[in-house]
Design a protein around this ligand. Structure first.
Ligand SMILES: Nc1ncnc2c1ncn2[C@@H]1O[C@H](COP(=O)(O)OP(=O)(O)OP(=O)(O)O)[C@@H](O)[C@H]1O
Ligand SMILES: [Mg+2]
Length: 230
């Protein structure tokens, strides 16, 4: 579905991505693991058009999207949940969801409340009063109301209790099983990745250093020891 070839990008003179090659297969969860500062968020920013790449190509369903602007990428079906969620704390849950529709108009699809039943009950609440886990669910739902074909998640488990991380895993498995969305999951939570990802790649020093099937990644695996230092 998405092919990244020899992607280089950085900030000014300092290069962060030094030739990333990665495929994201349609209808899967593909995960990217990597330590702090390896460039995971930088890769997300390039994918959604917020940071220009220095060189390389990105192809979505055989069309080049290498230098597309963010709003066009959104129309092509890309959605992004940034690290730290960035929901609108003073707005209600419903208003946050409505903002997710602003790019395409229309109404909130009914399957959103099937995937996130707790949000139906919380519609009138200000987002800032929700728990961390509920806020992350809201951020996921807001990205999904526009019915993207590819959902890019930047460390959705960060700062959440284990039970909330499990709930996020449940939702990701459900949305992929419903065949509506492909997921690119950037994470440092190995347990979540092992549970949901079909394929896992490692980002090390700006290149993809290895890949493995999600379930094969035991904490004792040499890949984990080498690339996450666990
Ligand atoms: N806006 C910026 N300007 C300059 N350098 C930046 C900027 N954002 C990130 N960097 C640098 O780029 C490198 C990669 O950062 P990035 O945020 O992509 O890493 P990351 O893998 O997402 O880390 P984390 O796991 O902590 O989120 C780091 O050395 C970081 O300091
Ligand atoms: Mg990051």
């Amino acid at each position: 579905m998405l092919e990244i070839r020899d992607l280089r990008a950085g900030y000014g003179q300092s290069m962060v991505l030094n030739g990333v090659n990665l495929d994201i297969a349609h209808g899967t969860v593909t995960a990217l693991l990597g330590r702090n500062g390896m460039g995971k968020t930088t890769l997300c920013r390039v994918l959604i058009g917020l940071l220009p790449m220095t060189s390389g190509t990105i192809t979505l369903d055989n069309d080049s999207i290498s230098h597309m602007a963010p709003h066009r990428l959104a129309r092509r079906g890309l959605a992004y949940v940034p690290q730290g969620r960035s929901i609108f704390a003073r707005f209600t849950v419903q208003e946050n969801l409505d903002l997710g529709l602003s790019a395409r108009g229309g109404r909130i699809p009914p399957h959103i409340f099937e995937w996130f039943p707790m949000l139906a009950e919380l519609r009138g609440r200000r987002a800032g009063t929700l728990s961390g886990g509920e806020q992350q669910m809201l951020a996921l739902a807001r990205a999904l109301v526009a019915e993207p074909s590819l959902l890019i998640l930047d460390e959705p488990s960060e700062g959440l209790q284990p039970s909330r991380v499990t709930a996020i895993g449940d939702v990701l498995l459900r949305i992929v099983a419903d065949k509506r969305v492909t997921v690119f999951l950037v994470e440092q939570n190995l347990a979540l990745v092992r549970r949901v990802a079909a394929i896992t790649a490692f980002l090390v020093d700006g290149v993809i250093a290895g890949g493995a099937a999600g379930r094969d990644l035991s904490p004792q695996s040499p890949l984990i020891q080498r690339y996450l230092g666990l």
